[in-house]
Design a protein around this ligand. Structure first.
Ligand code: ZN
Length: 287
């Protein structure tokens, strides 16, 4: 396993971590101040300052990307299907313009939450079938511009409103169905927050192998968690044995960024430099 204790060369900042402290341009400036080499920006943050300006800011700062957040929300009723498809094609185009290595996919839960305005449904099996079909369609498009897609399994608490792909096994099953040749076009984004509890995690990481491991996200699971979406912990403040997961991922040959992604009402209240400095020190000590 790589030694992170001496520097933060392999730290990437998911820009949602400091989304309330500034716009994307200000976040990029903060990364430059602290010697951070990579980010994973969100589409809404890019849209706020404009794609062209975002591309220039990333390039001028010499930043790499560790992903682009996010595509997906595939589940919808028939009336919203074209909207979902076209929205995801735009995500691929933006990722390409920004030089991202992959588009991270949060696949959507039930249609009424994934694409608001859709007719309500309780059929999670149908939602999962729709996800398979929509990823296949997006993959056809993404392949034409060589943009890999990374399916992020989300904790089961999000099955209704954010993602009905809830385990690493489920995500890898989709990868095997749609990309049996393991071409590199389809893989997973592994986020310790979502997968740490899974008794099958380590064998599934071994099953994934280097070619399916496209992104690695870290934060921590607080006990108690007071808000299932926006109470993620800083690494080291919760119960996840992050080093053991990173060790398993790196045993497969993963050599990319360790991306810090913290949605936290508490950390969003703090000054950006304090958050970034804490990320750096925890990256060295507990990631
Ligand atoms: Zn994540």
């Amino acid at each position: 396993m790589r030694d992170f204790s001496g520097d933060h060369r392999w730290l990437s900042l998911n820009t949602a971590t400091v989304r309330r402290q500034g716009d994307l341009a200000q976040i990029i400036e903060a990364c430059a101040r602290h010697g951070i080499r990579a980010i994973d920006p969100w589409r809404d943050q890019v849209a706020t300052i404009g794609l062209d300006r975002a591309v220039r800011a990333v390039r001028d700062a010499g930043l790499e990307l560790s992903g682009y957040c996010r595509g997906g929300m595939f589940t919808s009723d028939a009336a919203h299907r074209i909207e979902a498809r076209d929205d995801n094609r735009r995500a691929v185009d933006e990722a390409r313009a920004l030089g991202a290595p992959c588009v991270v996919l949060v696949v959507g839960g039930l249609p009424q939450y994934s694409r608001p305005g859709s007719v309500a449904s309780k059929d999670i099996a149908a939602a999962r079938t729709q996800v398979d079909d929509a990823i296949a369609e997006m993959l056809d498009y993404a392949r034409t511009v060589q943009m890999p897609l990374a399916i992020e399994p989300l904790h089961p608490a999000y099955a209704a409103d954010r993602a009905c792909v809830n385990t690493t096994k489920q995500a890898l099953d989709i990868c095997d169905r749609l990309d049996p040749q393991r071409s590199g076009a389809l893989g997973i984004a592994l986020d310790v927050y979502h997968v740490w509890w899974d008794p099958e995690l380590l064998p599934q990481i071994a099953r994934a192998g280097k070619d399916r491991l496209l992104a690695f996200h870290v934060c921590d699971w607080l006990v108690p968690t007071t808000d299932i979406l926006n109470d993620r912990g800083m690494m080291g403040d919760g119960v996840i044995d992050i080093k053991s997961v990173r060790s398993a991922v790196e045993a497969q040959g993963f050599d990319g960024y360790s991306e810090i992604e913290i949605f936290s009402n508490a950390w969003w209240e703090k000054p950006i430099d304090e958050v970034v400095q804490t990320c750096i020190s925890r990256h060295r000590s507990v990631v």
